[in-house]
Design a protein around this ligand. Structure first.
Ligand code: GLN
Length: 304
């Protein structure tokens, strides 16, 4: 398969739609991101990268960071994480509070905000300097020492993150947050603010498509079994309450963020990163999903 041609075709087909959707403005620092951006990068398990568009421009990865935190927590704690967080799709918006009370402060899955706050809390409990731990982890995987938190975005979300504060406090009341709520929120806002490009993302997440082994270094990041499970969770919970539609249209494990990025795994073959900041109502990149749908049509790479 000529992936260079495929990626260029996807880019050319998507080009007329660039600008569709609405930039996330509930985090004020994200409201000014130009909407007319689009990038796609594909990294195969043999280490080749195929790309088109704005692939070197860093953007706010937002909820894509939840995969990094889950990876760290699974590696530290293993299956015990499921005592404090579920693994079912929520069918609700990513920042919803409604299920939490009925389900006694146990969030549905690690990819909605409540679930990621619990995972974030676990990582804090298992490290002396959680921010440094994550930064070292991402810089190594991306092979890019300049990857960093965007402190302006983190601060902006901190000033406006009332819902996340509500979720964390509510779970604390059920005893499902161990550390101080302020500490957990601070770390959560920082990991969401990580600023990375499509190229950084395919380098960082290559292990997801490669049985848990980082493609560049050959280093094992997760056991084969745990890696499989992260992929399963991405398939069932990675795009919030649009996960069914995404499975129908694309049929691959993926994780989106309100910065407009989506990482998508073709198991045992390749990892794809797309970015375009215009979002749909659910909070997923409109033309990012269009691009992935076109990619799968051209390559027949859905897992189904
Ligand atoms: N930091 C964002 C929030 O908590 C992440 C949400 C997302 O990317 N879907 O609202």
């Amino acid at each position: 398969m000529d992936l260079k041609r495929v990626v260029n075709s996807v880019y050319n087909e998507i080009k007329p739609s660039i600008g569709k959707g609405k930039v996330a403005d509930y985090i004020p620092a994200l409201a000014n991101i130009p909407i007319n951006k689009f990038g796609i990068a594909v990294k195969t398990n043999d280490g080749n990268i195929y790309s088109a568009g704005d692939i070197n421009e860093p953007f706010s990865i937002q909820s894509i960071s939840k995969v990094l935190l889950l990876t760290l927590a699974m590696d530290f704690i293993g299956d015990d994480i499921w005592n404090r967080v579920g693994r079912e799709p929520s069918g609700n918006p990513f920042n919803s509070l409604v299920q939490l009370e009925r389900e006694n402060g146990i969030p549905r899955n690690p990819f909605i905000n409540a679930g990621s706050l619990v995972i974030t809390d676990m990582v804090i409990s298992h490290s002396n300097d959680a921010k440094k731990l994550l930064l070292d982890f991402v810089r190594n995987l991306s092979n890019n020492p300049s990857v960093n938190y965007d402190f302006e975005v983190a601060q902006s979300e901190k000033e406006h993150g009332f819902r996340n504060a509500a979720l964390a406090n509510f779970m604390k009341s059920y005893g499902n947050i161990e550390n101080q709520v302020e500490l957990v929120l601070d770390y959560y806002f920082h990991h969401c603010s990580l600023s990375m490009s499509c190229i950084d993302l395919v380098n960082t997440f290559s292990y997801l498509a490669n049985s848990g082994i980082d493609v560049n270094s050959g280093k094992r990041i997760l056991s084969k079994e745990l890696n499989q499970r992260v992929n399963s969770l991405m398939l069932t919970c990675g795009l919030y309450d649009a996960v069914g539609d995404f499975a129908y249209r694309v049929g691959l494990p993926a994780k989106s963020g309100v910065g407009g990025g989506i990482i998508t795994v073709v198991p045992n073959e390749m990892i794809i990163a797309v970015w375009s900041p215009g979002l749909d109502k659910v909070g997923n990149s409109v033309i990012g999903i269009d691009a992935l749908e076109k990619f799968v049509k051209l390559t027949n790479k859905s897992i189904f």
